[in-house]
Ligand binder design. Structure first.
Ligand code: SF4
Ligand code: SF4
Length: 668
């Protein structure tokens, strides 16, 4: 290979891949510009921390240690090997160029040598995973499966060609193959030398491999923007530009803005550019599907498919809009044709397992809620069961449609004061609809009151002045109704100047803590009851003595999504249980961040579940495998769903489903 030819070869590759990649990236950028602006909070230290943690240290990837390790090999290997590729390219353009003037050059060459092998091992691992394991989590988007195979083969060829070019140079005696700084290549060179090929022939083969290595660099650059490996460029910015609001907060609709004629998202251009960047960042790794309760129980919502259907929709409908921004997309965003059906949008429990698992920081739930908002607020579409529940909220401010003036009947005879009777109470116990109206959950309210009274906590309830907190109506897409209930609650909370609030329901807790500030009310402290009980136990204000019989109880704890994944409250309920003499706390395999939803969040509590296996049954089966006497929960929705599942399994007499407060209160 002549030196002149090498220069022309490289310049031609730079021009071709530059034009191809440049065009593709420009198109993607313009598609993002079609969407709405995103209100970014410029907290630079926080953004740098998120970027460093997730991109540099790949924190999320290491949740799956083997996959994280091999992905780390590829990512770091690419960075290290690219320094060698840069040297090759410059050498092709400027004869004799080398980085050997750098003092750390021998160390760099050794690292390149080692990482080439590690990358090839990782490529073999991922190829085997795709070819040998029938991994259903990856099967949603067949073209991405193909794409994954292409890119892995490409990567193998890119790195393999580099490794073997140095091996052939070593075998031919070319100084490129210096044994001292590239011992692995040199070792391979010794094996190759035994083939008896002449030195010029070995040198020629080395230069051909050099050419393959360089061609794959530019080929990869041109291919990336058309493939799922777009994440190589998109994931970093996606993390850096992440939404910084609290996890449990969804964006408020500003109904006062008179310029707004449409609410929610019915067209992709109504999403923000960040939503589109999310979709461009998807690696189609399938992690979200692995943890999603609807995907794992056979329902049509599979988060990886949802995100990729969305991405395909943007790519297929966007070009027409780039030519004429006033044009309507030929395919509706929520439709059979796009793959994002109404059924899919309603199936989500908003459990956040997908968001937690996603290694590139995609926010699935925001998109689902926005599409629900469009269906409910703009098209009046919702399931028949949900219509009834909405009516109940509208007329009685509770989902059961119970008479509002019976909201405080559960507290009769318990010595509980309302804030109107005791306006200086230190704590407000926000009871919520379930704790006020549902017979099973009223017992939890009673148990919690028993604990508060035993610990001599100064508290009061809102009584008849309490309304539904609005959380479930928000997740169901009815922001208008939710706002009406939230505004009324906020007015009462402000009137009583409630500073410390405790709730037995994680949905009330999450929304008052994380969402009410957007509606004009911020308490000094908002706790879930398990957190307050844990504090009271640790302060010695609640004491439970061992029973005389020394009896024991095996308790398995089920995490509530809105308590755990949304608010990081994992330890308090476990520590309360563990503090009770005789209680042995056991865990399910899916726990804490990977805990399986009960199936009731995101307003699913108020919808029929007719497709696939019931999520609560899946969860109860997992709980029963731990051979518990009690399944403990810390959420009224979970309580109902788990109880239902236990009864469905015919275990209602053998296994008790109790709230953490009930387990403790029973021992007082
Ligand atoms: S929030 Fe939960 S149910 Fe909804 S898509 Fe994500 S994992 Fe699935
Ligand atoms: S959305 Fe995230 S977790 Fe799901 S396939 Fe894409 S990158 Fe993987």
């Amino acid at each position: 290979m002549e030196i002149g030819f090498r220069s022309i070869f490289i310049i031609a590759l730079i021009i071709c891949s530059g034009i191809s990649a440049g065009n593709a990236f420009w198109r993607l950028f313009r598609l993002m510009k079609l969407a709405q602006p995103e209100a970014l909070v410029w907290d630079l230290p926080k953004r740098l921390w998120i970027f460093t943690k997730n991109v540099v240290f790949q924190a999320k990837l290491f949740k799956k240690p083997w996959r994280g390790l091999f992905h780390g090999f590829i990512m770091i290997g690419f960075v290290v090997v690219t320094t060698g590729s840069a040297e090759h390219i410059l050498e092709g353009l400027f004869t004799g160029f080398s980085f050997d003037f750098l003092p750390f050059y021998p160390a760099l060459a050794l690292l390149q040598d080692i990482f080439k092998v590690l990358v090839l091992v990782a490529v073999a691992f991922f190829l085997a995973r795709r070819l040998l394991l029938k991994n259903t989590t990856l099967s949603d988007v067949p073209k991405h499966r193909r794409d994954g195979l292409i890119v892995l083969t490409f990567t193998g060829a890119h790195i393999g060609a580099d490794l073997f070019s140095f091996a052939f140079w070593a075998a031919s005696g070319n100084p490129h193959g210096q044994a001292a700084i590239r011992p692995i290549s040199a070792g391979l060179g010794q094996l190759i030398a035994q083939t008896g090929l002449s030195a010029p022939m070995l040198d020629q083969v080395a230069w051909v491999l050099w050419g393959i290595h360089i061609a794959t660099v530019f080929g990869f650059l041109a291919y990336i923007p058309y493939s799922k490996h777009l994440h190589v460029f998109a994931a970093g910015p996606n993390f850096f530009l992440a939404r910084l609001r609290p996890r449990g907060r969804i964006e408020k609709i500003n109904f006062e803005d008179e310029t707004k004629t449409s609410f929610g998202v019915g067209k992709f251009t109504q999403f923000t550019w960040k939503d589109i960047l999310d979709a461009f960042s998807c690696t189609a790794c399938g992690r979200c599907n692995e943890y999603c309760p609807t995907a794992t129980t056979g329902k049509p919502l599979r988060p990886m498919k949802l995100i990729n259907d969305f991405k395909d929709h943007v790519l297929s409908q966007g070009d027409a809009l780039l030519k004429d921004p006033t044009a309507e997309p030929a395919v509706a965003l929520i439709s059979e044709e796009s793959g994002i059906t109404e059924e899919t949008v309603w199936a989500c429990t908003t459990c956040r397992a997908c968001v937690e698992a996603c290694p590139v920081g995609i926010e699935h739930i925001d998109k689902i809620v926005e599409m629900r908002r469009h269906m409910v607020l703009m098209e009046g579409k919702m399931t028949a069961e949900l219509q009834t529940t909405m009516r109940n909220w509208e007329t009685n401010s509770n989902p059961w449609g119970m008479a509002p003036d019976t909201r405080d009947e559960w507290a009769r005879g318990l010595g509980v004061k309302s804030f109107s009777e005791h306006p200086t109470a230190e704590w407000l116990f926000y009871v919520g609809c379930a704790g006020s109206f549902n017979d099973r959950n009223k017992k939890i309210s009673t148990s919690f009151v028993k604990i508060l009274q035993a610990a001599k906590v100064d508290f009061a309830i809102l009584g008849k002045e309490e309304l539904c907190n609005g959380e479930t109506a928000r997740r169901a897409g009815n922001e208008y109704l939710a706002k009406a209930m939230i505004d009324a609650n906020v007015e009462v909370l402000k009137r009583y100047n409630a500073k410390k609030i405790v709730a037995t329901c994680p949905h009330c807790f999450n929304t008052i803590k994380n969402e009410y500030p957007d509606f004009g009310f911020r308490a000094d402290e908002v706790l879930h009851h398990t957190e307050l009980i844990d504090r009271l136990v640790k302060e010695g204000r609640v004491k439970v003595e061992a029973g005389p019989d020394g009896s024991t109880m095996r308790v398995v704890f089920h995490d509530s999504c809105y308590l755990g994944r949304y608010n990081d409250v994992y330890d308090a309920p476990r520590e309360v249980l563990a503090s009770i003499p005789g209680v042995e706390v056991v865990e399910m395999p899916r726990k804490k961040q990977t805990g399986l939803c009960c199936g009731a969040g995101g307003a699913r509590m108020w919808m029929e579940e007719t497709i696939g296996k019931r999520i609560n049954v899946e969860r109860v089966e997992e709980a029963l495998e731990q051979k518990p006497e009690v399944i403990a929960a810390a959420c009224p929705y979970c309580q109902v769903m788990i109880t239902d599942g236990v009864n469905g399994k015919g275990q209602g007499d053998a296994i008790k489903v109790l709230d953490v407060a009930e387990v403790l209160a029973a021992k007082l």
